[in-house]
Write a protein that binds this ligand. Structure first.
Ligand SMILES: C[S@@+](CC[C@H](N)C(=O)[O-])C[C@H]1O[C@@H](n2cnc3c(N)ncnc32)[C@H](O)[C@@H]1O
Length: 227
């Protein structure tokens, strides 16, 4: 591990321990993902130590980056099986968290990958995980910081808050194509987006979410053709 990756890992481990005492980062191999590994919260994390104060700290600082969400895992597998979406493309992963989707895009043949997340710790996690998997990603905090054109926007599990639905139109203003993975919105019906397939997956470590959140839909968004 490089000195920079070591320092990333230390920063993330310390942040984790501030929120969940005795929690640690493990390297986890993602199933069916060509050896993709991520630094995530350990599988048997000390839930029994989660008193009311710890729960309040988690609510304040959710640490999405310490999990690989079902939608992220599904979109990563989809990209590795469907590299035609990636070859020669500059892609942006919006709401990157651990960087799982950004890393799969880089492994799958994208020519350049940008991981975008408002959480500075998520950006550290993306850099650490990218370097661990031997790929390069650029990180930014906001979509508005993106310089230059982008061919494809990727987004997994970013619709947990319905107000984020506004992003779907903005993605198509910024890129001609979007691949979105989601298990939260049941009545999904947005102009320019169509369902490609449905996959079953779960969050790592497993949060024991209900069956409905284990069914992930992958959508393709394309700018409507002008008459
Ligand atoms: C549930 S996590 C999903 C992470 C990853 N895509 C996955 O599937 O494992 C959602 C992520 O979106 C990020 N996020 C939320 N709103 C955002 C915004 N407006 N711009 C960039 N990132 C955002 C959060 O910080 C969080 O890391």
């Amino acid at each position: 591990m490089t000195a920079h990756a070591n320092s990333n890992r230390r920063t993330l481990s310390e942040a984790l321990a501030r929120v969940i005492p005795d929690a640690r980062l493990d390297t986890v191999l993602l199933p069916d993902s060509r050896g993709l590994e991520l630094h995530l919260l350990q599988e048997a994390y000390p839930q029994h130590l989660l008193d009311a104060e710890a729960v309040a700290r988690i609510m304040d600082e959710p640490m999405y980056w310490a999990f690989c969400w079902a939608a992220g895992q599904s979109l990563a597998c989809f990209l590795l099986e469907n590299s035609q979406y990636l070859e020669g493309q500059r892609v942006l992963d919006f709401g990157a968290g651990s960087g799982v989707v950004a890393i799969a895009a880089a492994l799958g043949g994208a020519s350049a990958v940008v991981a975008c997340d408002t959480d500075p710790l998520a950006r550290e996690a993306c850099l650490l995980n990218a370097s661990h998997n031997g790929v390069g990603v650029e990180v930014i905090g906001e979509l508005d910081e993106l310089m230059g054109p982008v061919d494809l926007i990727l987004a997994a599990d970013v619709l947990y808050d319905r107000s984020n639905l506004d992003w779907l139109g903005r993605f198509l203003d910024r890129a001609p194509r979007v691949l979105l993975a989601d298990s939260r919105i049941k009545d999904f019906d947005f102009e320019g987006y169509r369902l490609l397939e449905t996959r079953r997956s779960h969050t790592l470590p497993d949060l024991d979410e209900s069956q409905e959140f284990r069914e992930v839909r992958v959508y393709l968004g394309q700018r409507p053709r002008r008459p």
